[in-house]
Unconditional design. Sequence first.
Length: 86
Amino acid sequence: MASEELVRHEIEINQNKKLIVTVSWCKSCGICMELCPRDVLGEEEVTKKVILIATEQCNGCGLCELSCPDYVFTIGELESVLNKGQ
């Protein structure tokens, strides 16, 4: 059985945050799309997996991360912020 290739996207939300979306883990439930207050998320036409359709509108509220049962979303600090103290 061939393993599925890991598909991951990262976007910068602001100076301090980034959103990481591991599309390969998406099971197309649609919960994240329903809860996103800024309509940042959509679904791919064939697979129905989540896609980013309006990245510039993301404010990092975290609803996608909190609601996803498959851990598709991670909101984290940018490396430049983490490395400032070193």
